[in-house]
Design a protein around this ligand. Structure first.
Ligand SMILES: *Cc1c(COP(=O)(O)O)cnc(C)c1O
Length: 391
C-alpha cells in the first residue's frame, strides 16, 4: 500500500522556491472555506491591499493570479498583446526568451533587443529599437534575471516606454520583496511576480499589478483574449470589490491564506528592511565566497543580492558538489542554465533563505565539499570573513 509522503526538511538556496516559514505553512493548514464566503472576500481584499504595498502601487487592478509566475507572465501578455501587434522584447537570459515565446503565441511580432547572459539590458539599444520601430505597442523586459543574477535598470526602460507612448511589461518574479520594485514611480504598466522567490510562500500564486492605462487597453481590445482562464475582463469581475464578485474559477483558497500570511510577515518586517536584509546577507555571502577564492561572475554595479552566480573552480564536478550539499547538508543550490550551464552555481538568498544561518551553512558546507574534491580553495577563511560582515 502507498504510504504518506514525508519530504525531507531542506534549506532552499537555489533559484526558487525559497524556504517557507512555519507561519506560512501553518496558515495553509487552516480550514478551507467557500471562495465566495464573505470572510474569504474580506481576506482577498487584504491580500490585494498588501500586494499594493509590496509593489509600491495604487493600481486598483492588483491581484494574486491563480498559478505560478509563468501564469502571471502569460496573463500580462495574452491580455495586452493582440495578433498583429509588435512588441520590443529585451533578452539577457532565460526568461526574456519566454517573453518572446509568449508574444509570438499571441500572433504578434517580437522585435528582440539582445544582450549577453550576465549583462543587463542595454538601455541605449532599447531606445534605438523604439526609434526604429514606430507603432510598437509595448516594451517587455525582465527586471531580475534569475538565470544570471543580473538586475536591469527598470526605471530607465519604463521611462523610455512612457516617452514613446508605449506600454511596459515587467517581470519582477525574483525582485519583488528582495530589491526595490517601484511600480508607480517607474510608471510601469504591467508587473508580474511569483510567490516562491523573495516572498517565501509556496509556489502557485502570481501577484500581478496593471496600471489604469493598461487596464483600458485590456477593456478596449479588438478581439477577445484567446485564453478564457486568464482573460482579465473576466478575472476582474471575480476580484473586484465587496459584494460584486462573480464566479469565474475557484480560487486556490488555502494557498491564498499562505500568501496572506507571507505578506503580513513582509509588512511586519517592512519592505525597506527586507530589501536591506537581502543586501546585507549578500555582502556576507560575497565576503565568504571571495575569501575562499571563488568569485561572483556578475559585475557589482548590476548584481542581484538575492541570486548569486558563483564561478565553478577548475576540475570540480559541479553536479557532484550539488549532490553532496543536498545529501550531506540537506542544502539545495541551483545549477547554471543556458549559456551558463556548467559554468556557475546559482545560490539564492531569497526571503526566508536570506539569513546569517543560511550564509554560514552554505559557506561551511561548500568548503567541506570542495576540499574533499581537491579544489584549490583557501580553507578556514570564509566563515571569519562572513562573520565580520554579519557582526
Ligand atoms: C521563476 C521565474 C519565472 C517563472 O515562475 P514560475 O513560478 O516558475 O512559473 C519567471 N521569471 C523569472 C525571472 C523567474 O525567476
Amino acid at each position: 500500500m502507498t504510504t504518506s509522503f514525508n519530504p525531507p526538511v531542506r534549506r532552499l538556496m537555489g533559484p526558487g522556491p525559497s524556504d517557507v516559514h512555519p507561519r506560512v505553512l501553518g496558515a495553509m493548514a487552516r480550514p478551507t472555506i467557500g471562495h465566495l464566503d464573505p470572510e474569504f472576500s474580506r481576506m482577498m481584499e487584504e491580500v490585494k491591499e498588501m500586494l499594493r504595498y509590496a509593489f509600491k502601487t495604487k493600481n486598483a487592478l492588483t491581484i494574486p493570479v491563480s498559478g505560478p509566475g509563468s501564469v502571471g507572465m502569460e496573463t500580462c501578455f495574452v491580455n495586452l498583446v493582440e495578433a498583429g501587434d509588435t512588441i520590443i522584447v529585451c533578452q539577457n537570459g532565460a526568461f526574456g526568451g519566454r517573453m518572446k515565446e509568449n508574444v509570438e503565441r499571441c500572433g504578434a511580432t517580437a522585435v528582440m533587443v539582445m544582450d549577453d547572459w550576465g549583462k543587463p539590458v542595454d538601455v541605449a539599444k532599447v531606445e534605438d529599437a523604439l526609434k526604429a520601430n514606430p507603432g510598437v505597442k509595448a516594451v517587455a523586459f525582465v527586471h531580475a534575471e534569475t538565470s544570471t543574477g543580473v538586475q536591469s535598470d527598470a526605471a530607465a526602460i519604463c521611462a523610455l516606454a512612457q516617452e514613446h507612448g508605449v506600454l511596459s511589461i515587467v517581470d519582477a518574479v525574483t525582485s519583488l520583496g528582495g530589491t526595490p520594485v517601484l511600480t508607480d514611480e517607474w510608471g510601469a504598466d504591467a508587473v508580474y511576480s511569483g510567490s516562491q522567490k523573495c516572498l517565501s510562500c509556496m509556489p502557485g500564486i502570481s501577484p500581478v499589478t496593471i496600471s489604469e492605462k493598461a487596464a483600458d487597453v485590456v477593456r478596449s481590445r479588438n478581439h477577445k483574449v484567446q485564453s478564457w482562464f486568464m482573460d482579465l475582463n473576466l478575472v476582474m469581475g471575480y476580484w473586484s470589490g465587496e459584494g460584486a464578485r462573480v464566479y469565474h474559477h475557484t480560487a486556490p483558497i488555502n494557498p491564498l491564506y499562505a500568501i496572506h500570511e507571507a505578506l503580513v510577515m513582509l509588512e511586519e518586517e517592512g519592505l525597506e528592511q527586507a530589501w536591506a536584509r537581502h543586501a546585507a546577507m549578500h555582502s556576507a555571502l560575497r565576503a565568504g565566497i571571495e575569501a575562499m577564492g571563488l568569485s561572483l561572475i556578475v559585475d557589482e554595479a548590476y548584481r542581484l543580492p538575492q541570486l548569486n552566480t558563483v564561478s565553478i573552480p577548475e576540475g570540480v564536478d559541479e553536479a557532484a558538489v550539488r549532490g553532496a550539499l543536498l545529501s550531506r547538508y540537506n542544502l539545495e543550490i541551483g545549477a547554471g542554465l543556458g549559456d551558463l550551464a556548467g559554468k556557475v552555481w546559482r545560490v539564492g538568498l531569497m526571503g526566508q533563505s536570506a539569513t546569517g544561518e543560511h550564509v554560514t551553512l552554505f559557506l561551511s558546507a561548500m568548503e567541506d565539499v570542495l576540499s574533499e574534491q581537491g579544489a584549490a580553495i583557501n580553507t578556514g577563511a570564509a566563515l571569519p570573513a562572513a562573520r565580520a560582515v554579519l557582526g
